[in-house]
Design a binder for this molecule. Structure first.
Ligand code: SUG
Length: 445
């Protein structure tokens, strides 16, 4: 049976803005309070999805979340009509209003951890939504994420959905951004690598000094347990705390894998050698390419500003691999020179394609943040909600939908505007029909 790796990108929501909400994410802090363009952001994301579809990849779409999150604002004590809730939050707790308006669900690499059926003990595809406890604005996502995942992967013959882990820092889970799967073919059992930033129950172990470690080992272990993975095919590795302190808030900012390629910076992991040896041993005798980037080639600072590793490595129909990179990689001479050289080396990576996802990049979200990978066989792919699978027709429909519903610009003061709430709900209501996902939002229930 044929097997695929599908990428499910998050549509950027109508309230996309720059609020500086993510301590430890350099771009988010740098661009705080800039004027955003929700329309351009959504169109940039759609163009990337369409381009991958045109390259022969299976491309899916996830709906954004309901924002402003009136439910959370009410839960936090802002009362009255929806308009009053917004106005009170604006006056009394502007940071809370910003958080409840974030379009952060666009970064679907943080939506969930996914284990393909070849790796799980019941031969189903397993999903665990990430609880994203480390950032308040992101902790608002998991419940709706679970609803959306269930509406896209509805068939319980093929798909198993778990509840997100307990909402506490001890089980802080950031999903696929800290999870890489290596395999020979997508349909064969692979090695799942879980990267964590700290130990929840052992204060003796190293931690970053400046910025938070978002993911715990205990969370990663829980996900591996839930998914029924074999111990001999799972590797847990700690992120180097020093790189977290330099702005590597997720492992996918410093390493990325695809099939038999692990592309990583030499400073990415603690105890790199032991880690790589374990990966090699668990992967077995087949061909495995470790592509290590040394600090002399590209510094950690250049990785963080260009998102060299927040790239997607995809396998094209001819078996060659391509890197999907943000424009920032093309515009950084050292990174560009590295990539120009890489495609001529003896590795499967033979092409680099640059994309403008700048609206997302300004919040620290590169091409790889925008997608959740789901490896599937043909039967599983057929069981996916086909309305969420990219096609020329869906691209046209979604582009028209964005042009109709989205604002050209948005700034903090706009978040109190009750019209924005009305527009966003109208847009999402319409979208649930386009994607045929049912009533996944609270305002629809
Ligand atoms: O969680 N930024 C996101 C970026 C997520 C990137 N994802 C991956 N690396 N996979 C975050 O830090 C910024 C929102 C703001 O500041 O307005 C934000 O949430």
């Amino acid at each position: 049976m044929k097997t695929f790796e599908a990428n499910f990108d998050g549509l950027v929501g109508p309230t996309h803005n720059y609020a500086g909400l993510s301590e430890g994410n350099v771009a988010s802090k740098l661009n705080a309070n800039d004027v955003s363009s929700p329309k351009s952001a959504a169109l940039q994301g759609l163009k990337k999805m369409k381009a991958l579809h045109d390259m022969g990849m299976v491309q899916g779409v996830f709906a954004p979340q309901e924002r402003p999150d009136i439910f959370s604002l009410r839960r936090l004590g802002f009362a009255g009509s929806d308009a009053q809730v917004l106005e009170k939050a604006y006056q009394q707790a502007p940071a809370v209003l910003s958080a409840c308006c974030s379009a952060s669900s666009m970064w679907t690499a943080n939506a969930a951890t996914v284990s393909p059926s070849a790796d799980t003990n019941d031969n189903k595809v397993h999903f665990t939504p990430a609880n994203l406890t480390n950032k308040f604005h992101r902790s608002l996502e998991p419940e709706t994420t679970g609803n959306i995942l269930k509406s896209v992967f509805a068939d319980d013959k093929h798909f198993t959905h778990h509840l997100h882990l307990n909402d506490n820092d001890h089980f802080g889970d950031e999903g696929a951004a800290n999870h890489t799967r290596l395999c020979s073919e997508y349909g064969e059992q692979g090695v799942e690598i879980f990267t964590f930033g700290k130990y929840a129950f052992n204060s003796e172990m190293p931690i970053p000094k400046k910025y938070p470690a978002r993911q715990t080992l205990e969370a990663s272990r829980a996900v591996a347990r839930l998914h029924g993975l074999s111990d001999d095919k799972v590797v847990f590795v700690q992120q180097n705390p020093d790189v977290i302190d330099q702005g590597v808030f997720h492992n996918d900012v410093i390493s990325v894998g695809n099939q038999n390629v692990l592309f990583y910076h030499e400073q990415a992991f603690l105890n790199s050698e032991a880690f790589l040896a374990e990966v090699q041993q668990k992967f077995g005798a087949q061909d495995l390419h470790f592509i290590k980037v040394a600090s002399e080639q590209v510094s950690v600072a250049d990785c963080v500003s260009s998102y060299l590793f927040n790239t997607q490595i995809i396998t094209l129909a001819n078996g060659e691999m391509a890197i999907i990179a943000p424009m920032h990689c093309r515009d950084n001479p050292r990174v560009k020179a590295y990539l120009d050289d890489l495609v001529n080396q003896n590795t499967p990576i033979k092409q680099v394609k640059y994309f403008d996802v700048n609206e997302s990049m300004k919040n620290g979200g590169g091409p790889a943040c925008l997608r959740l990978r789901v490896a599937m066989n043909e039967a599983e792919l057929n069981a996916v909600n086909q309305h969420c699978v990219m096609s020329d027709a869906l691209y046209t429909r979604l582009t028209d939908w964005v042009n109709k519903h989205y604002r050209d610009t948005l700034c903090f003061d706009d978040l109190r505007d009750p019209e924005l709430l009305v527009e966003s709900r109208e847009a999402l209501d319409h979208l649930t029909q386009i994607l045929n996902i049912g009533s996944v939002y609270r305002f629809q229930q």
